[in-house]
Design a protein. Structure first.
Lengths: 283, 298
């Protein structure tokens, strides 16, 4: 780029690009650090100067939201909801995706299209009918009810994602297995499923993150505080803490909610990104 | 089909299709039926009113001036901002700065934070007296300018900024990894022929990532139409979101289930759900028709 000119080894454009990137990232880092710092102050400290560093770390803020405001309870509820949902989702979606991807049978194309169709339906369309369906089944205010809903609503995306993975496996694998006298069901469990491991992990992680942050359905189908998952609980907590003007506890709650996501992200960012780009590229 | 495969096909598909059919497709289909009724939900009598709910929506000024305006504002302005930032950041990161992987992660991170937490975070940023923005203005000597960022007139835009901050990282990751797969020799040969960087972006890179781009745009439209969490959680536990935070998703929710203001208008609410579905279908059809690949020749 001769037009742009140079300083040292970098072009002006590269310097400008770096500056903007650092600004964008710096903003996020600064905001997060500011919240964590504020969460360790007393309310009096915070309101007298929002920029000052905390003097003695107020771990009591954390204890308060975790115990008194039951954030711990909400965490456990979220785990009880999301882990079984993800497991059940994979257990029913992987076989379905496999059959749709690799076994020829009538109406296969049509069925695949019907399942993928769900990805384009906003949940709001079925919110009211689903509420009364669950109501009749006695599954309102019931973790199992919400698990079933989570699984059903996540089927389209998960099957679609796994379908992409199964399609990439070479045909010869099944032929070789058949010649060796291995039945199709055994072929699935012993050969194909392990080979699609990356896809399963990606599907598990993406669904875990999505369901962990889910708010609308939890808000609609769970009204009992002892059952609130994290989003719903945090929403309730925000209401009461803002009302009492207890900002530092709200900062602590924010930190407690974000840190596990952050750790998960550090551990699994590669899987998340791989799964996301896979989903987008496989049309 | 080989006959022996039939039991396997059935057993492998049955659990998935039963659950999907029973708890997804069936209520989705029933929504169209429910939208034709005047129904409070908890009583047995559903009064059939044909397209009455939709006629009422057509006449409802609040629905058009606030709810639809906000929904389409998110789709269009939010979409333009999100994609512009995602492309821009992709360009910036492609210059290969130090700490590239770290920054990529940091840009992406907001899109996996709990949206209720994001709403709380931005309330810290926007707060009139103790918020970061006004605190920053004071710190740089502009203490006489202390805007109320979340005043009724600007609330929508304040939320939109938070929304774009939250989502742009997701689109950035998808678009930048697609851009990285564009073969470098194509770009190089365009450069040798004297094409400007802008020209290369629109005439080489965009056509090369066309399929990904279209998929992502459709995905954005769906996500933007159903965006609920950040808007509903905005302001915290007030149950009825302020006008700037009312879009189709939040408005249909309070129409059916709102707690402080009890409306319980199940049919009317579901009619809005049908509208949301139709918007997605319309966008899908328009985008896939208009952007047929062979129309853009390179």
């Amino acid at each position: 780029m001769t037009v742009a000119g140079r300083i040292g080894k970098l072009t002006w454009w590269e310097i400008f690009a770096r500056a903007l990137l650092y600004l964008w990232c710096g903003f996020s880092i600064f905001v997060f650090l500011w919240v964590i710092n504020s969460s360790l102050k007393t309310n009096r400290e915070f309101f007298s100067n929002i920029w000052a560093l905390f003097s003695t770390p107020q771990t009591a803020n954390y204890e308060k939201v975790w115990v008194t405001y039951q954030l711990g309870r909400y965490f456990i509820n979220s785990l009880l909801l999301v882990l079984p949902s993800v497991l059940a989702l994979l257990a029913i979606s992987a076989p379905a995706a496999y059959v749709l991807a690799r076994i020829p049978f009538p109406f296969r194309e049509g069925l695949t299209r019907i399942v993928s169709f769900g990805m384009g339906i906003p949940y709001q369309l079925l919110l009211v009918p689903l509420f009364f369906l669950l109501f009749r089944l006695g599954l309102i205010n019931n973790l199992l009810g919400l698990i079933l809903v989570y699984v059903a609503l996540s089927v389209p995306f998960t099957v679609f994602l796994l379908l992409g993975y199964f399609r990439t496996l070479p045909r010869t694998l099944e032929e070789a297995a058949e010649i060796d006298g291995c039945g199709p069901i055994r072929t699935f469990f012993q050969i194909m499923l392990p080979l699609a491991r990356n896809g399963l992990v990606a599907a598990a992680v993406l669904n875990f993150v999505g369901l962990w942050n889910e708010f609308l359905l939890a808000l609609t189908f769970l009204n009992r505080q002892s059952l609130y998952p994290l989003s719903r609980g945090l929403y309730a907590l925000q209401g009461s803490l803002q009302y009492t003007g207890d900002w530092v506890s709200l900062f602590a709650a924010f930190t407690l909610v974000v840190i596990p996501t952050f750790l998960l992200f550090i551990l699994l960012s590669r899987t998340i990104v791989a799964g996301m780009t896979m989903g987008a590229v496989k049309e | 089909m080989k006959r022996k495969h039939l039991p396997m096909v059935v057993t492998f598909l049955a659990p998935c299709l039963l659950l999907y059919g029973g708890l997804f497709l069936y209520p989705a289909g029933r929504a169209f039926y429910v939208s034709l009724f005047d129904w409070s939900g908890f009583t047995a009598d559903m009064r059939f009113i044909g397209l009455g709910n939709f006629q009422e929506l057509l006449r409802d000024r609040h629905f058009w001036r606030v709810v639809m305006a906000n929904s389409f504002g998110i789709i269009f302005f939010g979409g333009i901002l999100t994609f512009a930032i995602a492309f821009f950041l992709s360009g910036l990161i492609a210059t290969g700065p130090r700490g590239k992987g770290f920054m990529r992660g940091l840009i992406y991170f907001p899109s996996i934070i709990n949206p209720v937490a994001v709403a709380i975070l931005w309330s810290f940023i926007y707060n009139h007296q103790y918020g970061l923005l006004n605190g920053f203005l004071r710190a740089i000597g502009l203490g006489h300018i202390q805007p109320t960022w979340t005043a009724p007139e600007t609330l929508f835009w304040a939320i939109l900024v938070a929304l774009v901050w939250m989502y742009s990282g997701f689109y950035f990751v998808i678009l930048s990894s697609a851009l990285e797969r564009v073969p470098p020799d194509q770009i190089e040969s365009a450069r040798i022929e004297g094409a400007s960087e802008v020209r290369i972006f629109f005439s080489v890179k965009i056509p090369m990532i066309w399929d990904v781009l279209i998929t992502t745009i459709i995905y954005w439209c769906i996500a933007a139409v159903k965006e609920f969490s950040l808007l509903y959680a905005w302001g915290g536990g007030v149950d009825v979101p302020q006008a700037g935070a009312q879009n189709l998703a939040t408005y249909m929710y309070i129409t059916a289930f709102g707690r402080r203001v009890t409306m319980y208008r199940m049919g009317y609410s579901t009619a809005m759900g049908v509208v949301m579905f139709l918007i997605v279908v319309a966008f899908y059809l328009v985008i896939t028709r208009v952007t047929k690949r062979d129309e853009i020749q390179y």
